[in-house]
Design a protein around this ligand. Structure first.
Ligand code: ZN
Length: 194
C-alpha cells in the first residue's frame, strides 16, 4: 500500500502505539490500515453418491475444477456466503449442513471453510465464473485437474469419512477437519503461471 484509501495521502509502515506489528499508517487522517486474512466460503454439494464440481472460467486456475466457493461479503454469515456462492457458480439450490473443513492458507492470506450440502434437486448450470458444472462419483473426480490444495484436501477427507460412515449432515463433530496449507513454491508458481 502506498496511498491512503481514505484521504489519498502517502502512507508509512510503522508500529502504531500499543500495537506489536507494522501497519500502514496515514499521517494525514491518522487511519491505520489493518490487513487481515480473507475468508473463502464454499460447499461440498452432493446428489446421491456424487459431488458437484465447477470448472473455473476465471483466473487463477482457469480450466481447473473446484468446489463452489468464493470470498465472504461484508454483512454476510459464512453459511449465507456458501449458499450464495453455490448458486452463483453452479446454479444449484442446496440445503446446507455442518462445517466440514477449515483450512488456513497462510501464504495466500486466506482462510477456507467448506460446508456439507445436499442438492435440493439435480438441477445446476454454470454461472459466469464457471465453464462447466458436473456431478462426479469418487472414481470420476478429476484429481489431477483440481484447482487448489484446499479442494483436494476437502474432497479426500470427504470420501474417506464417507467410507468410514462418520459424516453426519447437521453435526460438526470429529469429522470437521482443520489444516494449515503451508507455503509450497512449486504449487504457487504453477498457480501464478496458469
Ligand atoms: Zn489518510
Amino acid at each position: 500500500m502506498k496511498f491512503c484509501s481514505r484521504c489519498g495521502h502517502q502512507v508509512f509502515s510503522k508500529i502504531p502505539e500499543g500495537d506489536t506489528r507494522e501497519r500502514f499508517v496515514c499521517d494525514s487522517c491518522k487511519t491505520i490500515h489493518y490487513e487481515n486474512p480473507r475468508n473463502v466460503v464454499g460447499t461440498i454439494p452432493v446428489w446421491e453418491d456424487k459431488v458437484l464440481l465447477c470448472k473455473r472460467a476465471i483466473q487463477p486456475r482457469l480450466g481447473f475444477w473446484t468446489l463452489p466457493a468464493g470470498f465472504l461479503e461484508v454483512g454476510e454469515s459464512t453459511t449465507a456466503g456458501a449458499i450464495r456462492e453455490t448458486f452463483e457458480e453452479a446454479g444449484a439450490q442446496i440445503e446446507i449442513g455442518a462445517l466440514f473443513s477449515l483450512l488456513n492458507v497462510i501464504h495466500a492470506e486466506q482462510v477456507h471453510l467448506f460446508y456439507l450440502a445436499q442438492l435440493k434437486e439435480p438441477i445446476f448450470s454454470p454461472g459466469i465464473e464457471s465453464l462447466e458444472v458436473a456431478l462426479f462419483s469418487e472414481s470420476e473426480i478429476p484429481w489431477d485437474d483440481l484447482a487448489f490444495p484446499t479442494i483436494r484436501k476437502t474432497l479426500e477427507w470427504y470420501f474417506s469419512d464417507r467410507k468410514l460412515g462418520v459424516i453426519h449432515f447437521g453435526e460438526p463433530t470429529f469429522s470437521t477437519h482443520l489444516d494449515d496449507i503451508g507455503y509450497d513454491e512449486r504449487i504457487d508458481r504453477k498457480y501464478r503461471s496458469s
